[in-house]
Write a new protein. Structure first.
Length: 219
C-alpha cells in the first residue's frame, strides 16, 4: 500500500487521510471572529517511520506527507483570503522511543469562505450554515465509505497509530454547543464551554469507528 496517496489540501489530509497514514497526530485550534475572519493554529506530527515507508514506492525525492513550507504556500496561493503567517518544523523523539516530524503552522483567513476552502475544497466534508443570528459548522472527520474495511489491515493501522491523537478546538464569537455524530463516542472527549468547543480522539479509535464520525458546532 502506498502511504503517499492523499495529495490533498493540508487540513483535509489531516482530517481524512488518517485511514491511509495512521501514524499521524493532528491538533487544530481555530478562532472565528464576529466578522467571519480568524486564524488556524495547526500542529501535526508524522512518524519518521511512516515517512521512510512512504519513500519505498519510487518517490524517494518526494515527502510521503506534505509537511514543507512550500506545500502550505501552494495551498494558500490557491485560496483567496488565506495567508500563511507562521511555519516551523522539527524532529522530536516520541514516548515510544521513535522519532516524529512535528510541524506548526498558523494560517489567517479573511472570511469563513476561505476557512471552508482550506478545510475542504470539494465542499463535501465541511460546511457552515446560517441559523437565524447564529451558525452551524459541520465537519466530517471520517466518512464510513472511506474507512479501512480489511480487518487485518485495520488492526495493523490501529496498532501503529497508538499514541497519536486527533484534536480540534473552536474558539467562537458566541456561546458554543457541540454535537457528535454518532451521539455517543466513548473513546472521545467532546466538551463545549462558553465560546469554546473541543473534540479529541485517539487515531486508533477514530480508525475503528464503523459508522464514521462527524461534528456539529453551533454558535
Amino acid at each position: 500500500m502506498k502511504l503517499n496517496l492523499m495529495k490533498l489540501n493540508i487540513f483535509l489530509l489531516c482530517l481524512l487521510a488518517v485511514i491511509f497514514n495512521s501514524c499521524l497526530g493532528v491538533s487544530a485550534d481555530i478562532t472565528i471572529k464576529v466578522d467571519g475572519s480568524g486564524k488556524i493554529d495547526l500542529t501535526y506530527k508524522v512518524s519518521q517511520t511512516l515517512e521512510s515507508m512512504g519513500r519505498l514506492d519510487g518517490n524517494e525525492k518526494k515527502p510521503a506527507v506534505p509537511v514543507g513550507r512550500t506545500d502550505f504556500e501552494r495551498t494558500v496561493s490557491r485560496i483567496p483570503g488565506l495567508k500563511l503567517s507562521k511555519y516551523s518544523s522539527k524532529d522530536v523523539r516520541n514516548p515510544s522511543g521513535g522519532g516524529d516530524i512535528v510541524t506548526n503552522v498558523t494560517l489567517d483567513f479573511k472570511d469563513t469562505g476561505a476557512l471552508l476552502a482550506f478545510l475542504d475544497s470539494a465542499g463535501a466534508n465541511a460546511a457552515i450554515v446560517q441559523e437565524g443570528q447564529g451558525a452551524l459548522l459541520r465537519l466530517t472527520l471520517l466518512d464510513p465509505s472511506e474507512r479501512v474495511s480489511n480487518p487485518d489491515l485495520l488492526s495493523l493501522l490501529q496498532e501503529v497509530s497508538s499514541g497519536y491523537e486527533f484534536a480540534i478546538t473552536l474558539n467562537l464569537p458566541r456561546n458554543a454547543a457541540l454535537t457528535t455524530i454518532p451521539a455517543s463516542i466513548p473513546a472521545a472527549k467532546a466538551v463545549s464551554s462558553g465560546k469554546k468547543a473541543t473534540f479529541s480522539i485517539g487515531m486508533g479509535e477514530l480508525l475503528g469507528m464503523k459508522e464514521g464520525v462527524a461534528l456539529e458546532i453551533r454558535w
